[in-house]
Design a protein around this ligand. Structure first.
Ligand SMILES: CC(C)(COP(=O)(O)OP(=O)(O)OC[C@H]1O[C@@H](n2cnc3c(N)ncnc32)[C@H](O)[C@@H]1OP(=O)(O)O)[C@@H](O)C(=O)NCCC(=O)NCCS
Length: 147
């Protein structure tokens, strides 16, 4: 990991920065309250990536028994392609291995080819298409990886 990059559990004080990146990254962003609720929920694995103390990315995941689901991952646009999302996912895989989680899944917009390439590079495979998954009617590609 780059020496100026740190991964830490997400906390309430991080929500403004998280939500700024969220609004810049998604056409239909989660509301801030949604992130707040995730921070308070059980069986969650929520992280931020900080570069020199500034939040540059986040990952919000949930798990139950031996399954984990990545709800959100994003990196600030000007910080992309520097391995930050890789570092967030590496923490996720380490948590999964330590907690006997067997599979990690996620949904990604069918049109989001960049994110699909990112997941494929991490050995996620497309499992199936979930039609009309997003509020605007777009389909999701469900992708899965065995831990
Ligand atoms: C997807 C996302 C989180 C990746 O974050 P990132 O920090 O740029 O990713 P990394 O730098 O760790 O990428 C690691 C590797 O994944 C692949 N990859 C990442 N983004 C890619 C893209 N847009 N196109 C093709 N391959 C990509 C590459 O192999 C890359 O290695 P390289 O840069 O040496 O070629 C980021 O693009 C993002 O925030 N997108 C907007 C939000 C989003 O779509 N999130 C996913 C919703 S399901």
């Amino acid at each position: 990991m780059r020496s100026d990059l740190a991964i830490a559990p997400a906390a309430g004080r991080d929500l403004d920065a998280i939500h700024r990146i969220e609004r810049d990254s998604f056409s239909v962003p989660w509301r801030r309250l949604f992130f707040e609720n995730e921070l308070a929920a059980e069986r969650r694995f929520n992280l931020v990536a900080k570069r020199s103390g500034v939040i540059v990315g986040y990952l919000f995941a949930m798990w139950i028994f031996d399954e984990m689901h990545v709800n959100k991952i994003a990196v600030a646009e000007c910080e992309r392609r520097q391995g930050i999302a890789d570092e967030l996912m590496a923490e996720c895989f380490a948590f999964a291995r330590a907690n006997e989680i067997r599979t990690i899944s996620l949904e990604v917009r069918k049109s989001n080819l960049g994110a699909q390439a990112f997941y494929r590079h991490l050995d996620f495979e497309s499992s199936y298409i979930r039609p009309r998954y997003y509020p605007d009617g777009e389909a999701a590609v469900v992708m899965t990886r065995v831990v």
